[in-house]
Design a protein around this ligand. Structure first.
Ligand code: CA
Length: 437
């Protein structure tokens, strides 16, 4: 079988050019139809990445264009090289082009889907997407093997292959008429795939300057997030976009970490977050909240961290938080009093109520926080000593300021060792103990 394969379809085989021509049409169709739309959506995620992947942010748009250029190149190169009278161009260079394009498809796509946290796209679930992702890799291995075989000295070849090897490049080249047909078909496929993204209104035909890109706002209300939904992204950062509210069902189900820091939100509609049922971390810091409205989090039974720092919150109302909540940051608000029996969060371990100008903590204020470990209390009128009567003995009261950088206070106690994010310090309770193992 492999002998026949070498003789007819291998790099030196009689039907090598026909095989390459056919395979390249298939590659263009598969890569283009499965991935160009994904790459276009990823391009419009620019500016909405987690700070962890900020380095890659400027690369999202170029990666779309690299992918598109690779597709066009893939459509054109076979008809140029396979019609060549030079055996070197017709065989080796064609195989090298093939391998280079395969590497491009694989690497560009994997990095782009990884940094946008579109994990189900990187590790696709449907057989079609699976083939489209893995095919270039398998193909590269095949091409590499063929090039390697070809590099072997002639005497190593079996006698039967001598005829094939002696076939001149002129005889085996793709007839010019076929090559014209090839390039027309291949470019036609790329054009159809491209037009489909135009119809869908994807990058570069979307409104790049819209305030809530990659989502859409009606005025200042976030009304849909189709691109992140379709990418099934798990992290989304829409910071400083002037957003005031979120319409029901705008968020995708796969969203796990969502930042709306530095917007203009004062209240959230009751079901604003209900569609994001796996939401684990929410940053609402530096908005305009003047009260806590935990009714908004009723459907978010996975919520582990909530950052509400630097808002305008002055009172704690009676509130039941999801039992999953581990870290609540109320730093930099105007909560002057902590009344008894109102803050009810059965799983809460880390509470930031520093920089509030706190004057009074009632006895029993922490009674409904049975798992509380650390309270940050600096920058208040009361200090830890004067609040100690209300604090259970097992709770560590912190007066040192835990400095949060671009990653915010949410890494503390999130269950992951957040080394390099500035929280592995005594003042930050050693990342909430996340690095102990
Ligand atoms: Ca951590």
């Amino acid at each position: 079988m492999s002998c026949a394969d070498d003789q007819f379809l291998g790099i030196d085989g009689q039907f090598f050019v026909q095989k390459v021509a056919a395979a390249q049409i298939f590659t263009v169709l598969l890569q283009g139809s499965a991935k160009l739309g994904v790459m276009a959506r990823i391009a419009s995620m620019t500016g909405a990445l987690s700070p962890i992947f900020a380095t890659f942010d400027p690369l999202l748009v170029p990666s779309y264009w690299i992918f598109l250029v690779a597709l066009v190149g893939n459509a054109i190169y076979p008809s140029v090289l396979l019609t060549s009278k030079s055996k070197h161009l017709q065989r080796e260079v064609a195989a090298q082009c093939d391998a280079a394009l395969g590497v491009t498809y694989f690497i560009v796509y994997c990095i782009a889907t990884w940094v946008t946290n579109s994990l189900s796209r990187t590790f696709p679930l449907t057989p079609y997407e699976y083939v489209a992702t893995i095919f270039p890799l398998v193909h590269i291995l095949g091409v590499a093997r063929a090039l390697e075989e070809n590099a072997k000295p002639l005497p190593m070849k079996r006698p039967g292959l001598e005829r094939a090897r002696s076939t001149s490049a002129m005889e085996t080249r793709l007839p010019p008429r076929v090559s014209v047909g090839h390039v027309v078909i291949a470019l036609g496929i790329v054009a159809v795939i491209f037009v489909r993204t135009v119809i869908e209104g994807l990058y570069p035909f979307d409104d790049w300057h819209r305030a809530c890109r990659p989502c859409d706002c009606d005025g200042t209300v976030l009304v849909s997030c189709d691109v992140p939904k379709e990418l099934e992204t798990v992290l989304l950062y829409l910071e400083g976009r002037g957003i005031t509210d979120i319409a029901k069902n705008s968020l995708g189900k796969t969203l796990q970490s969502f930042s709306l820091a530095r917007n203009d939100i004062s209240t959230l509609a009751p079901e604003a977050l209900s569609s994001a049922e796996y939401l684990g971390f929410l940053n609402l810091g530096r908005n305009r909240f003047h009260a806590l409205n935990p009714v908004s989090f009723e459907s978010n039974s996975e919520l582990r961290g909530l950052d509400l720092q630097s808002n305008n919150i002055s009172t704690i109302e009676e509130s039941a938080w999801p039992d999953s909540l581990v870290n609540l940051a109320l730093r930099g608000n105007r909560i002057r009093e902590l009344p008894a029996g109102l803050l009810d969060a059965r799983g809460l371990r880390f509470l930031f109520i520093d920089d509030n100008g706190m004057r009074e903590v009632e006895a029993g204020a922490f009674d409904l926080l049975p798992r509380l470990e650390h309270v940050w209390f600096g920058g208040n009128e009361l200090d830890c000593a004067s609040a100690s009567a209300a604090l259970p003995a097992s709770v560590v009261c912190m007066e040192d300021r835990c400095d949060d950088g671009e990653f915010g206070l949410m890494p503390i106690g999130d269950g992951f060792c957040s080394e390099g994010q500035g929280v592995l310090t005594k003042a930050c309770a050693w990342d909430g103990g996340d690095c102990d193992s």
